[in-house]
Design a protein around this ligand. Structure first.
Ligand SMILES: *Cc1c(COP(=O)(O)O)cnc(C)c1O
Length: 388
């Protein structure tokens, strides 16, 4: 069966699966040997850190097919995927362009590690592809973005960005964690490399730390070498959990999309809500482009209440189903204040520059019954004292 020709929901379940010829089990077995007979018929060293055990290659193939790439490396965390990809392509004296709104951990990596390695960078305070073009210098090697971005759900025109980057022979990397390949396939839009925190939607059950890198075989070569050297590859047992989670990715994303759209609409019309950021709302500045490049708007939304700052915490405290927690992208609805969590390490000034106010609330909408979620938010909003 040619798995590439199948639809995403079918690929989630069938692509990459390794069938053990002796047991004929339906699932890829957990091959957890770290030692393999050598020399073997392929003359290859099989070793989990090299990412070539059958359990690892099965889940990597599933992800490669879902993203429409030739190759995938599964990593021990999203940050392992991001740091390995960046360090594989960057050296002292190189220049990188980042979008100014990024996952907090990625910002810390840029500030701490790139600086230490003598790698120059600029942050683009705009979603427009032409503003990224303006930031390109002679020594620019790479452009790195998130779309939708954490936590303001900024949308960047990926096709336009990829075109500009190609003209200047600059590589493009996207963190596709928020969208997943179900909602957005950046490689088809011309982006070179996709990275993921698989900890979020890909696994989807808040019980596994993992990451992934997907690209062409050619572009993967230096990343693969770097992955073996730094050693942040995913262990075999975790690969099994990731493969299990991925089987329901399509189903989960459909429900995340539907629930988030309904909640965004509900919040948008509520008198105690000041503003809602969700790419699925026509009022969102990135809505038009999101409609072109995404097949679903995702499960993440942010909003601000029309209230005194103290009421924000009272609101969160009153929620009964939606849980205050760090992290996102799992079956249960989670809520947090980015100023205290994902972007807590930034200075208040840096946050202000990015538009992340102290009362901005980020909601990772789960796949619970939408009626229960609306009721939960509705009752908690009664704790909010509106500004006079
Ligand atoms: C969580 C997250 C990461 C980091 O992933 P880890 O698995 O925690 O290392 C990177 N990017 C985005 C968008 C994330 O949400």
């Amino acid at each position: 069966m040619k798995k590439k020709a199948l639809k995403a929901n079918t690929q989630c379940i069938h692509a990459g699966t390794y069938t053990d010829p002796k047991s004929l089990g339906i699932n890829t077995p957990i091959f957890n040997s770290t030692a393999h007979v050598f020399p073997n018929v392929q003359g290859k060293i099989v070793y989990p850190r090299h990412l070539n055990t059958l359990t690892q290659t099965a889940v990597a193939e599933k992800l490669a097919i879902l993203e429409g790439g030739q190759n995938c490396l599964v990593m021990s965390s999203g940050m392992a995927a991001i740091s390995t990809t960046l360090l594989a392509y960057l050296k002292q004296g190189d220049h990188v362009i980042f979008h100014n709104v990024l996952y907090g951990g990625t910002q810390d990596f840029i500030n701490d590690e790139l600086t230490r390695h003598g790698i120059q960078f600029d942050m683009v305070h705009s979603n427009k592809a032409r503003d990224f073009a303006r930031a390109i210098k002679k020594n620019t090697v790479l452009i790195y973005v998130e779309s939708p971005a954490n936590p303001l759900l900024d949308i960047i025109d990926l096709k336009a960005l990829a075109q500009i980057a190609r003209q200047h022979r600059v590589l493009t990397v996207i963190d596709n964690t928020f969208a997943t390949p179900i909602n957005q396939r950046p490689l088809e839009l011309g982006i070179d490399i996709v990275v993921h925190s698989g900890t979020k939607y890909l696994n989807g059950h808040s019980d596994l730390l993992c990451g992934a890198i997907i690209t062409s075989s050619r572009l993967m070569k230096p990343i693969h070498r770097c992955a073996l050297n730094y050693g942040g590859t995913l262990d075999t047992l975790s690969c099994y959990l990731l493969e299990r989670g991925l089987k329901t990715l399509g189903l989960r994303m459909a429900q995340h999309n539907q629930n988030a759209q309904a909640l965004a609409k509900f919040l948008n019309g509520h008198p105690r809500v000041k503003k809602v950021l969700y790419p699925g709302l026509a009022s969102h500045p990135g809505h038009k482009i999101a409609r072109q490049q995404m097949s679903g708007f995702g499960g993440m939304l942010s909003f601000e209440l029309n209230c005194e700052p103290s009421s924000v915490k009272a609101f969160i405290k009153r929620l009964r189903i939606i849980t205050p927690a760090i992290s996102l992208g799992s079956v249960e609805s989670l809520i947090c204040l980015p100023s205290e969590t994902s972007h807590g390490k930034l200075t208040p000034k840096q946050r202000q520059k990015q538009g992340i106010s102290d009362s901005l609330i980020r909601l990772s909408v789960g796949i619970e019954d939408i009626r229960d979620l609306v009721n939960d938010i509705s009752q908690a909003l009664t704790a909010v004292k509106t500004k006079a």
